[in-house]
Design a protein around this ligand. Structure first.
Ligand SMILES: [Fe+2]
Length: 386
């Protein structure tokens, strides 16, 4: 995150004594830094040393089940056809992946009794349905549908839903950080006046009373596809305070202020966050182009160097036939795509669109899993025939 934030109680200077209420024992300072010691960082103060571990063991790997011979073709699949029991992590089903990201969906129907940390990846969690509290070692964030929670690599957290009748999340794991694009920020880091969102739109972690209990606390650590169970002798949320630039936060898709042009504007105007290997965009309800002869839907285009993934959230999808809520389309590198027959003519004269979607454009090809094969519309690639 590009902004300084502080939660709870911290000493006046870094690296000095910081005594607990008894006046004798010290809080334990932990620096959480990125890019060695050169990137953004935060400094936390724990009741216990964060290194304490009673036991550890390796669990069964996360199952990827790659679709080895997935053909090069346009694909539409329906993520709601794949639902697994479990919490925000255990119920994930992976659909797409490359060496820099993993894309999955989940329909959590319970909360976890363990704590979770992704040691090798940053996580983007789009809350499609459901609400509750994201709890972490940086504080808590109340979440609701439409929130996009960014969890930095190494954060210990739980995603606790308030009910279990209909929850759905869309998750992207990334080996590099989700960043606010540089051109949305001025030379001081502040968001510019023409960025599609501003500092006020972010939900930041809030303080809660740290847990000061001993016992046995299970921490599930994900390292690539490997899983480890650590048993800690104290509650992991024992932070009395922290400050810095590295922390989880949330941004609701409904707070994205889309730009409109006289003629069709390309996807970069929908950019939300970027990483080193893909970009993430938000498509939101907006007025259409205002040239009297404008064609509102996108022109045909070939993504020579990026695979385009769209996760359809809500509303009417102006250029796609047959897609619905929870659908994903994958338009891979090197193939042209665009509006299906009739969609250009249908759009002429339209004044506005009501659609919510999340797009990921990866700069490396994406592979699929068997989940894609099992939930895809076999005839999607034929849908451009008149
Ligand atoms: Fe496209």
């Amino acid at each position: 995150m590009a902004f300084y934030h502080k939660v709870g109680f911290i000493p006046l200077k870094k690296h000095i004594t910081f005594y607990k209420e008894d006046g004798k024992s010290l809080y334990r300072e932990e620096l959480v830094s990125t890019k060695g010691f050169s990137g953004i960082y935060s400094t936390k103060y724990h009741i216990n040393a964060p290194t304490k571990t009673l036991e550890l063991c390796e669990l069964e790997n996360v199952k990827m089940n790659k679709w080895i011979d997935m053909p090069l073709q346009h694909i539409h699949f329906k993520t709601d056809m794949k639902q697994s029991e479990g919490d925000f992590f255990g119920s994930r089903n992976i659909f797409l992946e490359n060496s820099h990201c993993i894309i999955s969906t989940a329909h959590p129907n319970k909360n976890s009794d363990y704590f979770y940390k992704n040691a090798y990846a940053h996580e983007y969690i789009f809350v499609h349905h459901g609400s509750g509290i994201f709890v972490s070692d940086y504080g808590k964030i109340n979440f609701e549908a439409g929130d996009q929670i960014i969890v930095p690599m190494g954060t210990i957290y739980q995603l606790n839903f308030s009910s279990f009748d209909k929850n759905k999340i869309f998750v992207v794991e990334s080996d590099t950080a989700f960043e606010i694009p540089k051109h949305y920020r001025n030379e001081y880091g502040q968001l510019t006046e023409d960025a599609p969102y501003c500092e006020r739109d972010f939900k930041l972690p809030e303080y809660f009373e740290p847990y000061d209990n001993d016992g046995r606390f299970n921490l599930l650590i994900k390292a690539g596809l490997r899983l480890f169970e650590y048993v800690m002798p104290h509650h992991p949320f024992d932070v009395v305070g922290w400050d810095g630039f590295l922390y989880p936060f949330a941004f609701n898709i409904k707070d994205f202020a889309p730009k409109v042009g006289k003629l069709h504007l390309p996807p970069p105007v929908h950019l939300l966050f970027d990483t080193k290997h893909f970009v993430l965009c938000n498509f939101c309800p907006r007025l259409f182009d205002f040239h009297p002869e404008a064609i509102p839907v996108p022109y045909f285009h070939t993504n020579v160097e990026s695979a385009e993934v769209l996760y359809y959230v809500e509303g009417d999808f102006m250029s796609r036939k047959g897609v619905g809520e929870g659908s994903v389309t994958l338009h891979p590198l090197g193939l042209p795509h665009g509006p299906q027959p009739g969609k250009i003519e249908e759009s002429l004269g339209a004044k506005e669109t009501f659609e919510y979607a999340v797009m990921i454009d990866t700069f490396e090809p994406l592979g699929g899993t068997i989940n894609v094969k099992e939930t895809m519309d076999e005839k999607y690639y034929l849908s451009w025939l008149d």
